[in-house]
Design a protein around this ligand. Structure first.
Ligand SMILES: [Zn+2]
Length: 198
């Protein structure tokens, strides 16, 4: 059944107001995150807390030539430096896009890496005024930002959040939360599986 035009118009106005409010929230929001250094990759602006160094994050990500990524090609077939955190994040992003079969060539988002789970907890509290259910990582769609704690900076946890970011950009109408969690869980599962496969 077609809805009357007036309804459609008010829905549109409401949707525009929601977008305007969330955009202004994004522009003014203070997440309390303190930045030590920043790197820019093709797909991400990455903000890293003071005292967290790239080498540690690279070790924790643990992406190597043994992992089959990008349509079954080994990472050996992809040009990246295993010593470059930015390269590895873009490789992981491509990997997750592939698992979901959702290609986002011009995607650009933000990753903020907190020193520890306590700092991450503080960011969540500052943003939402309450405790978060996850102290390892979360994605804030209004800010297009993945927050993650350095001790939990693994490809499995990060890929789960990248999945949320990719779905947020890919779908015009967002999937229900449960469906998004199932898909994000599927990515994590695929990446865990890659650790045990020859
Ligand atoms: Zn999730």
């Amino acid at each position: 059944m077609m809805r009357p035009k007036t309804n459609l118009l008010s829905v549109l106005i409401f949707a525009m107001a929601v977008v305007a409010v969330s955009l202004s929230w994004a522009a003014t929001v203070d997440d309390g995150f303190s930045v030590g250094h920043k790197i820019e990759t093709r797909h991400f602006n990455v903000f890293i807390a003071p005292g967290v160094d790239d080498a540690l994050l690279i070790r924790s990500l643990d992406i190597g030539p043994e992992h089959k990524i990008l349509s079954g090609q080994s990472t050996a077939g992809v040009s990246y430096s295993a010593n470059n955190l930015g390269d590895l994040l873009d490789v992981l992003f491509g990997w997750v896009c592939n698992v979901l079969d959702m290609k986002l060539y011009s995607y650009k988002g933000v990753i903020k890496i907190a020193r520890d789970e306590n700092e991450l907890k503080g960011v969540f509290r500052k943003l939402y005024g309450q405790e978060g259910y996850s102290q390892k990582a979360f994605y804030v769609s209004e800010l297009n930002t993945i927050y993650i704690a350095a001790p939990d900076f693994t490809k499995e946890i990060l890929s789960h959040e990248m999945g949320h970011a990719i779905m947020g950009s890919y779908f015009v109408v967002q999937p229900p939360e449960k469906i998004a969690e199932v898909l994000a869980g599927y990515i994590e599962y695929q990446l865990r599986k890659s650790n045990t496969q020859p």
